[in-house]
Write a protein that binds this ligand. Structure first.
Ligand code: GLC
Length: 491
């Protein structure tokens, strides 16, 4: 079997301690395809959990996945589903020993575009079938119904596209427990009620019903044994009407049953200034000089002038959630106060256009790159002084941790995981409301700090000294797996 090239060199071999097996079901994984933080989490968390569990990943066979695992071994198949023929399941192993199952249904997954939307940015019209099949495949693996000679003790599901798996288990009477992690409550998998029969949602169950539609996430929140979300603050926020996106009553009930936990994400070991191949090498591995070189390279690469002032960066999808509109609003102030702004990301067409206008207006002071380049993003974290994260809501956020690790201070709205990972005035700056006025005040603080080199240095050191690795979070997930299994055994 051909091995998938390893993403990160020097990963330690993983001992297995036999604390139960788990199937981690996801729609993206940075080894193959990434649209956001879920891709990074799906690449890192199973690897961190492999220390205690025989954990394997299930992912759809998108072109990028099949491309990287050309010698898949076909090991099983699902039953025919939604009028489609049986889907095959292939097995591959990454260079560092992680087992990955690939769900192959060419008519659903082999197309050009992102996992969720086509080239024009519109959701694939058959997303209900695509992700119900993924969920069904996971449930059938748990039931031992796919012919694969491995059967997980638990399903770990991620976001709405996998949430129905817990419902299929419940509806079929299978006792395998499931844990559902909410990475972003804004996406719920809402589809017309007319899809019900095609997706195998039983007429007797109303658990997927949501205001006249069906909701994959609602069904999953009802049926998963345990729910997690990606920070403690977001776990509290989603039980309130303001942040619960219509699901706060159900989430409060699940929380009061002890079934909702917040576990803050970690970041993987590739975030290391001294060993990151995306950064200019420095013989001594001195963080300050690596950042200094990254800063020079960044300016050169993006066409920013040589300049005395601070560099602010923005690295995120250009969507309202991330507050890119607020960044555009304060852009002129950053420039007039003597700063520079470097932006990378893609998203809504009108937001991209606003960013490009800003860059044209302040050539040499504001630079924008529409799209995404991981190495460039890494140089932005290392080469900038501050990272702007005015997210309206943020379940966890990873960029603030990448920035801290690389010596750039996050300036963020005090919400969700940003509250749990940034100490205001110590490892970054927090502001109260996602409004341009609040961001402006935070920027004034940032300029003051930049003008006091000792303070800036102390904050950078504090930020870089933070530990954001996956060990702690993985331990908490492992304990939850045990709790889910124990609850099931007692039920
Ligand atoms: C989603 C959330 C983000 C989180 C990531 C990984 O993208 O918006 O806050 O960090 O998932 O859990």
């Amino acid at each position: 079997m051909r091995r998938i090239p390893e993403r990160r060199p020097n990963r330690p071999a993983r001992p297995r301690h036999g604390q139960g097996s788990a199937l981690f079901v996801t729609t993206e994984m940075t080894d193959f395809v990434k649209t956001g933080g879920l891709g990074d989490v799906s690449a890192a968390l199973p690897r961190a959990l492999a220390r205690w569990h025989d954990i394997r990943v299930l992912i759809p066979g998108y072109p990028a996945v099949l491309e990287r695992c050309r010698s898949l071994r076909w090991v099983g198949s699902t039953r025919p589903f939604a009028g489609l023929p049986a889907a095959r399941i292939g097995h591959a192993r990454t260079g560092d020993g992680l087992d990955v199952y690939v769900l192959r249904q060419p008519s659903l997954f082999e197309r050009v575009g992102s996992p969720y939307v086509g080239p024009t940015g519109v959701d694939w019209s058959d997303n209900a079938t695509r992700f119900a099949l993924l969920s069904m495949a996971a449930a059938q693996m748990a039931m031992g119904a796919t012919g694969i000679d491995w059967c997980p003790d638990l399903l770990h599901l991620n976001d709405w596209p996998t949430a129905l798996a817990s419902s299929y288990l419940r509806w079929s009477g299978c006792r395998t427990p499931s844990v559902l992690t909410i990475h972003n409550l804004a996406h719920q998998g809402l589809f017309p009620a007319s899809c019900r029969a095609n997706l195998g949602i039983p007429a007797r169950s109303s658990d997927a019903d949501y205001h006249g539609q069906i909701s994959f996430l609602h069904a999953g929140l009802m049926h998963a044994d345990l729910l997690t979300t990606v920070s403690a603050t977001y776990a509290e926020q989603i039980t309130t009407p303001t942040h619960g996106m219509g699901l706060h009553t159900l989430l409060s009930r699940r929380a009061s049953q002890g079934r909702l936990t917040g576990i803050t994400n970690g970041i993987d070991g590739s975030w290391n200034l001294a060993t990151d191949p995306a950064l200019p090498a420095d013989g001594d591995g001195d963080p300050r000089s690596i950042c200094q070189r990254a800063r020079m390279q960044l300016r050169h690469e993006l066409g920013l002038d040589d300049h005395e002032g601070p560099i602010f960066s923005f690295v995120a999808r250009m969507v309202a959630q991330k507050g890119i509109d607020l960044v555009c609003e304060v852009g002129p102030q950053i420039v007039s106060a003597g700063g520079q702004l470097a932006i990378i990301g893609s998203g809504d067409a009108d937001m991209e256009a606003a960013v490009m206008r800003l860059a044209r207006r302040f050539r040499g002071r504001v630079a924008a790159c529409i799209g995404f380049s991981e190495p460039l993003a890494r140089r932005m974290f290392a080469g900038s002084d501050f990272l702007l994260m005015p997210s309206r809501f943020e379940p966890c956020g990873l960029s603030q941790m990448y920035a801290q690790t690389y010596g750039s201070l996050p300036i963020a709205h005090a919400t969700g995981g940003l509250v749990d990972t940034i100490e205001n005035g110590v490892t970054g700056l927090l502001f109260a409301q996602p409004r341009a006025a609040d961001l402006r005040q935070a920027l004034q603080r940032a300029f003051r700090i930049y003008g006091e080199p000792e303070l800036l240095d102390a904050m950078r050191c504090a930020a870089m000294a933070q530990r954001h690795d996956w060990e702690g979070p993985a331990r908490q997930y492992s304990a939850l797996y045990a709790k889910a299994a124990a609850r099931r055994a007692a039920a």
